[in-house]
Design a protein around this ligand. Structure first.
Ligand SMILES: Cc1ncc(COP(=O)(O)O)c(C=O)c1O
Length: 386
């Protein structure tokens, strides 16, 4: 008997059993330093490179284009900071969507404050979609980087990255195009060559791997300045002894998540449409975004008049775990910059929660969630009326 239902998989999702095994093996058996020239080192290097190949194959890249990092945040930082330093003679203007993760937005804010860059944010439409035309129109002489995420982590919008890249490159093929795909691998099929991106971020713990590992795809010929200097690991782009157990787990997770994707997608689409149908019976409910451009594993909905964090806590007391939005900002209790950018009125934005599915989510769990959601929203609303 399961005593809780976890529906916050976009924040993080449990590691697959195979991932745990791969990590344990790397910790206990393949414990060498990948840079050591003896057999222990070579074995560890082989393990790292096996994961590199798995990650590369999952996005249609070459293994030599994958650089392991400490996660999605570091990969985003490396893409942005590395580009600005490499291209400082050409310019320092960056274009980003206004719905990017804080790993991108805070980095840009910080760099602008330091006088290292200037950035333009592109606001989405009310469905959360970024217009490729608007991105292209924002290109300036000194633009060096465009960054638009593939799947938004709060509302699940799938962004038209391929069209964004095509339009930007038509303006100036020298501009680097980056996409944060931390929420996308294992949730949709995509190839870096179809997207046309130069740089792409992945994160291990969003797809059944460990936390604290991720990677940056950096297309061959694209020049970045390293942000970690030292022993020259990762082909000089990211010094520091590789986190071999985490990298081994990441590779295993990628293989499993991509291998299971077709079945997972069918299940998630079923869960998603079932949930959206059931919540129609809760008065004044708004689902943010449209199924047409929504990732299969995320549903974000608002209940005006209720505070999202109170609803999240009330559901947690009943054994249902969801979130108010991005895991990193939900503790800060600020309203979502994503919903704000989509033009969602504050009363509705404040009453919004994110429900996200994982490999084990079932339609039966969605039934239970919907029942408790209806009950809890009713309770909170009547409590407020009295
Ligand atoms: C879209 C997106 N980018 C970046 C990150 C950061 O990844 P990590 O937790 O691996 O640093 C996350 C995780 O919340 C995310 O959802």
């Amino acid at each position: 008997m399961v005593e809780f239902i976890y529906l916050d998989h976009a924040a993080t999702t449990p590691a697959y059993t195979g991932v745990v095994k791969a990590m344990q093996k790397a910790l206990q058996e393949v414990f060498g330093n990948p840079s050591s020239p003896h057999s222990f080192g070579l074995e560890a290097e082989r393990l790292v490179n096996r994961s590199r190949t798995a990650v590369a194959e999952s996005i249609g890249a070459e293994p030599g284009e994958i650089y392991f990092t400490s996660g999605g945040t570091e990969a985003d930082n490396l893409a942005i900071r590395g580009t600005l330093q490499a291209k400082r003679r050409q310019g320092s203007h960056v274009i980003a969507s206004a719905v990017e993760h804080d790993a991108v937005l805070e980095t840009l804010r910080h760099l602008q404050e330091l006088g290292v860059c200037e950035y333009t944010l592109i606001v989405p439409d009310e469905e959360g979609l970024i217009s490729p035309k608007a991105v292209a129109a924002a290109v300036r002489e000194d633009t060096v980087l465009v960054t638009v995420m593939l799947i938004n982590n709060e509302v699940g919008t799938i962004q038209p990255v391929e069209e964004v890249v095509n339009r930007v490159k038509a303006e100036n093929p020298e501009i680097y195009c980056h996409s944060d795909a931390a929420q996308a691998l294992g949730k949709m099929s995509f190839r870096v060559n179809d997207l046309g991106v130069d740089l792409l971020t992945l994160s291990g713990h969003k797809l059944g791997g460990p936390k604290g590992v991720g990677s940056l795809f950096c297309r061959k010929g694209v020049r970045l300045i390293s942000q970690n200097t030292g022993g020259g690991q990762e082909n000089g782009l990211r010094s520091g002894t590789e986190n071999v157990p985490a990298i081994a787990g990441f590779g295993e997770a990628v293989t499993t998540a991509v291998g299971d994707m077709r079945l997972n997608l069918e299940n998630w689409r079923r869960c998603q449409s079932h949930l959206m149908e059931l919540v129609k019976t809760i008065p004044d409910t708004a689902v943010h975004g449209t199924p047409l451009t929504m990732a299969p594993h995320i549903v974000n909905m608002g209940f005006p008049g209720i505070r999202g964090e109170i609803l999240v806590h009330a559901l947690a007391e009943k054994g249902i775990f969801v979130s108010t939005g991005a895991a990193c900002s939900s503790r800060k209790q600020i309203t979502s910059h994503v919903l704000d950018a989509m033009g969602v009125v504050p009363l509705l934005a404040e009453g919004s929660i994110r429900i996200s599915f994982g490999a084990e989510t079932t339609v039966e769990e969605i039934d239970i969630l919907a029942g408790l959601l209806k009950q809890t929203v009713g309770e909170l609303r009547s409590f407020q009326r009295n």
